[in-house]
Design a protein around this ligand. Structure first.
Ligand SMILES: NC(=O)C1=CN([C@@H]2O[C@H](COP(=O)(O)OP(=O)(O)OC[C@H]3O[C@@H](n4cnc5c(N)ncnc54)[C@H](OP(=O)(O)O)[C@@H]3O)[C@@H](O)[C@H]2O)C=CC1
Ligand SMILES: N[C@@H](CCC(=O)N[C@@H](CSC=O)C(=O)NCC(=O)O)C(=O)O
Ligand SMILES: [Zn+2]
Ligand SMILES: [Zn+2]
Length: 383
């Protein structure tokens, strides 16, 4: 029986309260309204940002909510006026939409589309309402990052979804919805890495390792890529993606990591990336940039109330501090290109997957992330 135009009852993992395990239970997912798309999700990754919001540290975090923003699936139905995707398309949800018209999109200078950012941040669809309801309690549930992929079905704005090559397996393309694209894009689109440059990547999770992969592609074997992580197990991971050096900052005889790195590189790096979300690490990443031209890119997301600091002298003497979201990648224009790179064997994706589970096991996926065991767990949302 067709579900088009009707609410669908399915399983979703609900975050009822900050800091509490998710509860997998029945939700009702409303039919898509005008310029909305209902997706039957197949797979979702679990990103550190999901854990960050679940922890209660996100100033925009609100509950109860259906988290998840790294998902791939198939379009089940579309609302009036949707022209960019059709029923049956294989798609990736986009937490950074691309309307092509707003001031940000029209500028050509950024991927930060502004069209629906305000409602997305409040956890509702662009018309100010939710498509999720808990069957047990009848309560309305919030959306998350415009995606809510910890569910069998979700509804997103049409500008928050991109159709990709159907031959690409969705248990891999889901990871292009955030972690891999964020790191790879930061290195290949946001930064301007040239062969011969030296690069430092702080934090070797999915995002950091993806920066390494992107940096290696730009360096073409000329220049060094340092990975700095407090977990020695990440050394072999870093090497696998192209790092030339690994440093554990807890094992350098009490030296400050930035001083150590400036010493061993004869002045510091052309490019550094924070992929930890720790503001002290962000400072170190800036301060190990080369005087005169080194640039540090913040990717990590820091908790509410945290602020970055350094001596202004660090910037006076030519270092640049900046950041990016989703790697600077424009989802609708550029994601199919990354999927093609994956299909062509140019972009590693499979290698990031440390575990596969069903949605019913989602709390174990969060546990494995916190214990440093997981780079990415891929969840089959139907199980
Ligand atoms: N700007 C954007 O668009 C995006 C931002 N993010 C953010 O990027 C960050 C990374 O995400 P993700 O890769 O999923 O996270 P992970 O938790 O998988 O990876 C973080 C890594 O950093 C390591 N680490 C923690 N503290 C330090 C430290 N003091 N020095 C060096 N390494 C450290 C961790 O080690 P250990 O294994 O021991 O914990 C882990 O290996 C998060 O803050 C996330 O919220 C994510 C996606 C998009
Ligand atoms: N609500 C958070 C915002 C955290 C944040 O910066 N998110 C990134 C994506 S992180 C993905 O895993 C982002 O897209 N930022 C740009 C944006 O417009 O949100 C907070 O306030 O800390
Ligand atoms: Zn993410
Ligand atoms: Zn826009």
């Amino acid at each position: 029986m067709s579900t088009v135009g009707k609410p669908v009852i399915c399983k979703a993992a609900i975050a009822w309260e900050a800091g509490k395990p998710l509860v997998v239970e029945d939700v009702e997912v409303g039919a898509p309204k005008a310029h909305e798309v209902r997706i039957k999700l197949a797979y979702t990754g679990v990103c550190h940002t999901d854990a960050y919001t679940l922890s209660g540290a996100d100033p925009e975090g609100a509950f109860p909510v259906v988290l998840g923003h790294e998902g791939a699936g198939i379009v089940e139905s579309v609302g009036e006026g949707v022209t960019n995707v059709k029923v049956g398309d294989h798609v990736i949800a986009l937490y950074t939409p691309e309307c092509g018209e707003c001031k940000f999109c029209a500028s050509g200078k950024t991927n930060l589309c502004g069209k629906i950012r305000a409602t997305q941040g409040r956890g509702v669809m662009p018309d100010g309402t939710s498509r999720f309801k808990c069957v047990r309690t009848g309560e309305s549930l919030l959306h998350f990052m415009g995606c809510s992929t910890f569910s069998e079905y979700t509804v997103v704005a049409d500008i928050s979804v991109v159709a990709v090559q159907p031959e690409a397996p969705m248990d891999r393309t889901c990871l292009l919805g955030c972690g891999i694209t964020t790191g790879y894009g930061a290195a290949t689109i946001t930064a301007n890495i040239q062969p011969g440059d030296n690069v430092a990547v702080f934090g070797a999770g999915c995002v950091g390792l993806s920066v390494v992969q992107g940096a290696a592609a730009k360096l073409k074997g000329k220049g060094r890529i340092f990975v700095i992580d407090i977990n020695d197990d990440k050394k072999s991971w870093a090497t696998k993606f192209g790092a030339t050096d690994f440093v554990n900052p807890t094992k350098i005889d009490g030296k400050r990591i930035q001083d150590y790195l400036v010493d061993v590189t004869d002045g510091g790096f052309e490019w550094t990336f924070d992929c930890t979300g720790n503001v002290e690490v962000m400072r170190a990443a800036l301060e190990c940039c080369h005087k005169g031209w080194g640039e540090s890119i913040i990717i990590g997301v820091a908790a509410a109330g945290k602020e970055i600091s350094t001596r202004p002298f660090q910037l006076v003497t030519g270092r640049v501090w900046r950041g990016c979201a989703f790697g600077g990648v424009k989802g609708r224009s550029q994601l199919p290109g990354l999927v093609q790179d994956y299909l062509d064997g140019v972009l590693k994706v499979d290698e990031f997957i440390t575990d596969r589970r069903g949605l019913s096991d989602i709390n174990q996926a969060f546990h494995d992330m916190h214990s440093g065991l997981a780079v990415r767990t891929v969840l089959d949302v139907s199980k």
